[in-house]
Each structure stands twice: as structure tokens, then as C-alpha cells.
Design a protein around this ligand. Structure first.
Ligand SMILES: [Zn+2]
Length: 399
């Protein structure tokens, strides 16, 4: 059957050994070229017995245009390209002209072939094997650091580099720095953290924070989780401790727990709704006393807050009503107009508005509880809790 079919194909199409063997790729062992040589050898013996002319391998293959003869050139090109980046594993892909892939389908359909393999698969594998040997680095089909996309007919090559993901938590030690670049501000948490990473990797660093605090709010305690996504890194083996130290020397932003991460982890961290502990300095225009502070504690602890989108962010956010819970509230009088207020709340609750009431858009609020005008004078995020941690554990009486 194989020999008969091969004879039929070769009568019509002058194929190279790679393309001949590949028509029966699913049968027997070894590579397609060896398979092609063997089939041709047996077929030609039979033809000789029948007094027919043998089918020699053609100068130019009618299917692949003898592209496999140029495999050495392609491998050299890949090796040259590989010098541009640092990687541990790779994969070879290719762009083959549509007419070659179409022709292959036509031939296999015409002769009812069932065990064939496509030309680009064989080509990629053969290039991959040789590059593996030359560079002593493995092909990884599932999660390679880099992918070489070759166009063997144009002798062009394109490099796709897997992004690097880095997890960390940041503390913002001073007020007056936006989380991400903002007009009127020279630097941001993102720029301070990203700069040394861009330098070390030669890639483009994108900062993803798990939520954000306002420009005038400090981020303290265990810090806010973030993920850096570094696109097209030239270097992957970077010293995270050294980079952390550089950032921490800024005196404005500190990073903790820096480690390599994955896209999957990025997604789960950025969508988690982290509970938070805040500390605010509350100003009460008409004056405040111990009884007021106790009333705020009593009313807010356990309260479900209805919060319409604050007026100050209405331009950027949809006008909706959020329901968020305050789990614990604890106050301490400072002077006749100020008290300190510590809160454990759901993520996504706007604290400045929880205090001021935002003209009745947040209910209840410190303002509505006291029936007095109140503002948040200063705010710090003390802790960001990982959502599965028991809330009470983090509530330390420090006021
Ligand atoms: Zn061929």
C-alpha cells in the first residue's frame, strides 16, 4: 500500500526525501528524511524489476522547493539572534507561504493519505533539534522563555520574548506621591519601582497595583501587593535583592517580599478584594468629645456602608452605589477638634468620604453619626490583608 501510494504521488509530483517521508510520518520510527530514503529505495527496486525508470530525488522539490537544504542557514540565523537575549528554553515556529501549505493539503487529499505531517511542523522540529545541540538549551513546547519565528523563504527571523512577572509589596513612606505617573508630579510609586527593573532587564516595565491609595495617603505596614510585568526582557536572571535595595534607598518607597511570579498569580492578586486597616486623623469643626468618639466606634463597628461614587472621582468612575462593611472602628481623642480613627474595612470603601459623608452620598458617615461637619485631615493605610487571613489577627491595639 505505502509503496503503491508513493509511486502514485511521485508520478505526479517530484518530491524530496523529506516531503516523501512526511506523507507517511505516522508510520514507523526515525525522521521523515530516513523514511523518504527507505520508501524511495524499495520503490525503485520494484520499478527496476518491472523495467521502469527510478524516481531520483529532484533538484528542486515540487512541494517544499527543497527548503530543507537551507536548514543549516536557518539554524545559523537563529543562533545569531539568540545572542540578543538571555533565556533557558526556547521554541521554533515558522511562517510558511500559504500556497505551500495548500499544495500539501491537496496532495494528501488527492491520494487519501492519513499518516502525514505538515511541512512546517517537521521544519520547526528539525531546526529546534539542531539549535538545541548548538546552544545546549532545551526546546520547551509549553512555556518557552523565547520563540524564534522564522520565515525560511525570506530568511527572516522574529524573536518573541516571554514577559517576566515579579511580585512584591510596597510601602509609601511619604505623602504627595501618586501611585502611577500623574501630571504635575515628577515621580510615582510605579516609576520609582520600575526604573531599576527596566535598567536591569532592558525591557519595558508595567506596574500593576492591587488597588491604589490617594496621592496624599501613605501606605504603611505590610505594604500593598503589586505585580510588575516586564515586556521583552533582554535579561531574565536579575538580582532581586540588589534591585530591592536600590529602591529602598529612595527613602520614599520601600519594597518587600520581592520574588518572581506568573501571569496567573498576577490575575488572582489584582482581582482579590483585600480588606484594609486605616488610620485617619478626623477634624470636627464644631468640636468633639469622648462621648462622640465612643458613638462613632459603636455605630461604625459592624456597619454596612452605602456609598455612592464620591464626587471627586465621578469623572473617572461610574456613578453607582457600593455596599462595603466596616468590621471594626476604634477612636482616640486628640484635642477638642481632632480624634484618631482606626478602621478595618472591606476593600473599595472610600475612607475620606466615610468621614465627611460626601454631602449625604455616603451613609452612615462620621459626619452623619455626630450631626457635625467632619473631614479627614490625614490618612494612612496601615495594613492590606490577604483576603483569606483572619481579620481579627491583624487588629492590634495601638491607639
Ligand atoms: Zn520537499
Amino acid at each position: 500500500m505505502i509503496i503503491e501510494k508513493a509511486e502514485g504521488v511521485l508520478e505526479k509530483y517530484a518530491l524530496c526525501n523529506h516531503c516523501l517521508g512526511r506523507l507517511f510520518a505516522g508510520l514507523g520510527k526515525g525522521d521523515n528524511e530516513k523514511r523518504g530514503v527507505a520508501i524511495r529505495f524499495v520503490l525503485n527496486m520494484e520499478r527496476e524489476a518491472r523495467g521502469l525508470k527510478p524516481f531520483e530525488e529532484p533538484e528542486e522539490c515540487a512541494l517544499c522547493m527543497s527548503i530543507f537544504e537551507r536548514i543549516g542557514e536557518v539554524v545559523d540565523l537563529v543562533i545569531q539572534k539568540a545572542r540578543e537575549v538571555e533565556f533557558e528554553s526556547f521554541l521554533v515556529g515558522s511562517r510558511f507561504p500559504e500556497e505551500i501549505l495548500e499544495k500539501e493539503k491537496r496532495i494528501t487529499g488527492e491520494f487519501g493519505l492519513k499518516h502525514w505531517e505538515s511541512v512546517n511542523r517537521e521544519f520547526n522540529r528539525e531546526v529546534g533539534k539542531r539549535v538545541e545541540q548548538a546552544l545546549k538549551k532545551p526546546v520547551d513546547k509549553h512555556n518557552p522563555d523565547i520563540v524564534f519565528i522564522v520565515d525560511p523563504y525570506a530568511m527572516k527571523i522574529e524573536l518573541q520574548v516571554k514577559p517576566l512577572f515579579i511580585y512584591g509589596r510596597y510601602r509609601k513612606l511619604v505623602r504627595g506621591i501618586p501611585q502611577t505617573p500623574f501630571k504635575g508630579y515628577r515621580e510615582s510609586v510605579a516609576s520609582i519601582i520600575c526604573r531599576p527593573f527596566s535598567r536591569a532587564t532592558g525591557g519595558r516595565c508595567i506596574f500593576h497595583g492591587a488597588g491604589r491609595e490617594d496621592i496624599d495617603v501613605r501606605m504603611l505596614g505590610n505594604g500593598r501587593p503589586f505585580i510588575l510585568e516586564i515586556k521583552s526582557p533582554r535579561k531574565r536572571k536579575i538580582n532581586l535583592d540588589e534591585i530591592s535595595e536600590k529602591i529602598n534607598r529612595s527613602g520614599k518607597v520601600e519594597v518587600l517580599d520581592i520574588r518572581f511570579s506568573t501571569r496567573e498569580e498576577m490575575e488572582s492578586i489584582l482581582t482579590a478584594n483585600h480588606r484594609k486597616i486605616y488610620e485617619a486623623i478626623v477634624y470636627v469643626e464644631e468640636g468633639v468629645d469622648e462621648r462622640d468618639v465612643r458613638k462613632v466606634e459603636r455605630t461604625l463597628t459592624g456597619a454596612l456602608i452605602q456609598q455612592k461614587t464620591p464626587v471627586r472621582v465621578l469623572k473617572r468612575r461610574a456613578d453607582i452605589i457600593r455596599e462595603r462593611r466596616v468590621y471594626l472602628a476604634e477612636g482616640k481623642l486628640i484635642d477638642k477638634n481632632h480624634f484618631r480613627l482606626k478602621l478595618l474595612t472591606d476593600g473599595g470603601l472610600y475612607i475620606k468620604e466615610l468621614i465627611s459623608g460626601d454631602g449625604g452620598r455616603t451613609v452612615p458617615s462620621v459626619s452623619s453619626i455626630l450631626g457635625k461637619r467632619t473631614w479627614c485631615e490625614a490618612l494612612d493605610v496601615l495594613e492590606i490583608l490577604d483576603s483569606d487571613e483572619p481579620q481579627a489577627y491583624f487588629w492590634v491595639k495601638t491607639l
